[in-house]
Write a protein that binds this ligand. Structure first.
Ligand SMILES: Nc1ncnc2c1ncn2[C@@H]1O[C@H](COP(=O)(O)OP(=O)(O)OP(=O)(O)O)[C@@H](O)[C@H]1O
Ligand SMILES: [Mg+2]
Length: 426
């Protein structure tokens, strides 16, 4: 678990910065502070790496900070790497400032009157909750049809049932297969009519825009098994919407996209506060939506099928993630999951295709260390997406896991546990 903090500030806020870092260190954090060592063009890659791998980033916001190019770079690195950001305002900044436009200053900690004990305690407290919360896991592969959607549903259903994990799904694919997997057409229409889909979250204005205060209340519970009134851990979905395609084309202005980004982050924070994992299913290409998933993810799960071009999709994925985050990545930020092994519908060459893909990925420099030991077998249950008839019954994940063979279920539960462990889920 990362217990490193990055403190971004300007020399004008040096005094407060000293108090903040002393307070964080007192609570066990290792603090790196803005300073001339990392704020040079030669050191920029090291600066981005330090921020990108920090458990939290604390930003001291002030007019001096607002005018600083370096603070702006530090905030961008934190955002692109999905780091939890704690904002403390040390001197009033205008509503028009880029700091107010970029960061959630409404919930910022007030340090206008200096570094009072109360404000310092608040920073330490938020730092603790930020790392104690659920992890964001993105199902990603530039290659399509590898099992992102079906594994998102089934891996985390297994984690929910076998280990009582609370899970919140976000369907970020315009094709919204995950939503179709779980919900009947009637239910999907009702959710859409209520303006409760991911499209309403991303849309910053107009009739199809949802108020931020409602973000925590739009997910649909998927586990409707009633067991003697016991409180069940969450298993819920923020429904997808085909209108998301607007965000994959150039039809949306940059300003809309910037707002969509902050709104998406707000949704993710609301969900991660109550779930062990927020699982994002994404589209199989590199678009603005992929960027949203990458920037918010603590961990990326890339399913691969045993086939000839699997490494190409992975290499492209690593490239895209590196580009978005602006730094080279660690293998422990990724899990590669071999999906569909022992496929007896493949004539003759079953073992060969599995073994070839496995050895090709193990030998690859970056992905070798990310390849999970657990693999998901080819299984008729995973192949056959539930028919509309099954989904039309309020889907009950208990029933979902009752079907299918034992080996597949055990592999899914083991795979999910390995992913949650690698993602650093508390
Ligand atoms: N282990 C498996 N055994 C059998 N069939 C599988 C398995 N994994 C996936 N499939 C099947 O492969 C097809 C593609 O899976 P899925 O839709 O989950 O892929 P995807 O990566 O989400 O695709 P897209 O890129 O279009 O979003 C589906 O029909 C699914 O049922
Ligand atoms: Mg899919």
């Amino acid at each position: 678990m990362a217990i490193t903090a990055y403190l971004a500030f300007e020399p004008a806020d040096e005094d407060i910065a000293r108090h903040v870092s002393a307070e964080l260190e007192r609570h066990g954090w290792t603090v790196t502070r803005s300073g001339p060592d990392l704020r040079t063009s030669e050191q920029t890659p090291a600066l981005i790496k330090t921020i990108g791998e920090a458990g939290i980033v604390v930003v001291l916001a002030s007019p001096a900070g607002n005018d600083s190019v370096w603070l702006q770079r530090e905030v961008a690195a934190a955002l692109n790497n999905g780091r939890p950001i704690i904002v403390a305002i040390t001197a009033p900044i205008g509503a028009e400032s880029w700091l107010s436009a970029t960061l959630d200053t409404a919930s910022a900690i007030d340090m206008n009157r200096g570094s009072q004990a109360e404000a310092l305690a608040q920073i330490a407290d938020r730092a603790r909750t930020a790392t104690g919360r659920g992890r964001v896991i993105a199902m990603l592969n530039i290659k399509g049809g590898v099992g992102k959607t079906v594994l998102a549903a089934n891996l985390f259903a297994a984690a929910h049932l076998a280990d009582k994990r609370s899970i919140s799904f976000i369907d970020l694919d315009p094709q919204h297969n995950l939503t179709q997997y779980f919900l009947s057409p009637g239910e999907r229409h009702r959710i859409r009519d209520r303006n409760h889909t991911i499209y309403n979250v991303l849309n910053p204005r107009g009739d199809a825009s949802l108020s931020r205060s409602d973000f925590g209340a739009i997910s649909v519970p998927l586990n409707r098994a009633r067991r003697g009134g016991d409180k069940q851990p969450n298993f819920e979905l923020v429904a997808g919407d085909e209108r998301l395609f607007e965000f994959t084309l150039d039809t949306r202005a940059d300003r809309d996209k910037a707002e969509a980004f902050t709104r998406f982050r707000a949704l993710v924070s609301a969900l991660r506060a109550r779930s062990d994992a927020v699982v994002i299913d994404s589209n199989p290409c590199a678009t603005f939506l992929t960027r949203l998933a990458i920037t918010c993810a603590d961990h990326i799960v890339a399913p691969v099928r045993p086939e000839k071009y699997s490494l190409t999709g992975l290499n492209m994925l690593e490239h895209v993630v590196r580009e978005v985050r602006g730094r080279s990545l660690q293998p422990n930020e990724f899990s590669v999951l071999l999906n569909g092994v022992n496929d007896r519908t493949r004539s003759g060459e079953t073992g060969d295709a599995d073994a070839l893909t496995r050895s090709e990925i193990s030998a690859a420099p970056f992905f070798g260390a990310a390849l999970l030991a657990d693999e998901v077998p080819y299984s008729a249950v995973l192949r056959s997406v539930p028919t509309e008839r099954i989904a039309a019954n309020p889907i009950n994940v208990t029933a979902m896991m009752r079907v299918g063979g034992r080996p597949a279920k055990e592999a899914l539960a083991r795979g999910a546990a390995a992913i949650l462990r690698r993602a650093g889920t508390p």
